[in-house]
Ligand binder design. Structure first.
Ligand SMILES: Nc1ncnc2c1ncn2[C@@H]1O[C@H](COP(=O)(O)OP(=O)(O)OP(=O)(O)O)[C@@H](O)[C@H]1O
Ligand SMILES: O=P(O)(O)OC[C@H]1O[C@H](OP(=O)(O)OP(=O)(O)O)[C@H](O)[C@@H]1O
Ligand SMILES: [Mg+2]
Length: 282
């Protein structure tokens, strides 16, 4: 049984999605013009598609699984659900207007709003009971205000530098917080082989988020030390040849690892080592 997976072929999500699949042990295309890759050994067939179209293929059941942006999934209205966030391609979706001309969604009544995400914007306006004209543009949305096509835009904001260049300022609440997500068809049992695929990607995320920590610690401090590095399940504690000392091995979050090392040293731990995890199943 082969599962059919939709992978972004271009744009902000493409490189990171490919990298994640590679780390999960799947074959990748060798030429960016290649449209599909069959990896029979791992039971997958990869289809390289425009990220905006991916939810549609998965919603129709043509493909089993997809990697796309949460904002693109919601905008599509496709019958597909987010199964897991993938931790890359993060962005926010915001309103913006020339400095000082708008302050909140309620003030958008009767205004002209340009966006590439008309579905998301219309749903947001409806939620707030605001009637406005939404114009769908393919891209370079920021320029539309200066060219007189719109009063306001709603667009993906990552660093905010495009908005600044266009003399626009964000206003109102965050419409949407997005990142790359794994999607499957709504209301269907997961296809055979999907669970293995999902677990492999989860393994990549965990391997990126955690590091392996090893240290030696006197017996009297083992309990306190283990509280600092509790691991995911439970740390391995094994006796050292040296009387009264133990070796501890645990996975710890990369983010707090250095502080944990300082605290463990204070407690009397020595030979504290951090190593990267290349892959894992948890
Ligand atoms: N700086 C960014 N610009 C656009 N989209 C981004 C950015 N950072 C993350 N993303 C996410 O990438 C997805 C959009 O990808 P898509 O490939 O359609 O657009 P793109 O990266 O703007 O590419 P292009 O406009 O060249 O086709 C969305 O989920 C969006 O939230
Ligand atoms: O906050 P920033 O870091 O500036 O990134 C956000 C900008 O990047 C994207 O544009 P892209 O380069 O994809 O061009 P496009 O509008 O033609 O899609 C997006 O549509 C914003 O314009
Ligand atoms: Mg773009």
């Amino acid at each position: 049984m082969t599962i059919k997976i939709a992978v972004p072929n271009k744009g902000s999500l493409s490189l990171a999605a490919t990298e994640m699949l590679r780390e999960a042990g799947y074959r990748q295309r060798t030429d960016p013009k290649q449209l599909t890759v069959t990896d029979a050994d791992n039971g997958v067939e990869l289809f390289y598609l425009r990220p905006r179209d991916i939810a549609l293929y998965v919603g129709e059941g043509t493909l089993d699984v997809g990697i796309t942006g949460r904002d693109l999934l919601l905008d599509s209205g496709a019958k597909a659900d987010e199964v897991m966030a993938l931790g890359f391609g993060g962005s926010t979706f915001r309103f913006a207007a020339p400095t000082g001309t708008a302050s909140d969604v309620a003030g958008l009544s009767g205004k002209r709003i340009a966006t590439s995400y008309a579905g998301v914007v219309r749903a947001h306006l409806e939620e707030h009971g605001v009637e406005a004209t939404v114009t769908r543009l393919d891209g370079a949305v920021e320029t539309s205000v200066r060219l007189g096509v719109a009063d306001v835009i709603a667009d993906v904001v990552e660093t905010g530098s495009t908005l600044r260049q266009a003399g626009l300022e964000i206003f109102g609440e965050v419409i949407l917080q997005s990142e790359a997500v794994l999607i499957t068809r709504s209301g269907q049992d997961a296809p055979e082989g999907f669970e293995v695929f999902r677990r492999r990607l989860e393994g990549v995320i965990v391997a990126r988020t955690y590091v392996m920590m090893d240290y030696d610690i006197p017996e009297a401090a083992v309990e306190q030390a283990v509280a600092i590095s509790p691991g995911i399940e439970s740390p391995t504690v094994s006796p050292l040849h040296r009387e009264g000392w133990f070796a501890v091995r645990a996975m710890v979050p990369r983010a707090g690892a250095h502080r944990a090392m300082d605290d463990l040293y204070e407690l009397g731990a020595r030979g504290i080592l951090l190593t990267d995890i290349h892959a894992c199943r948890v």
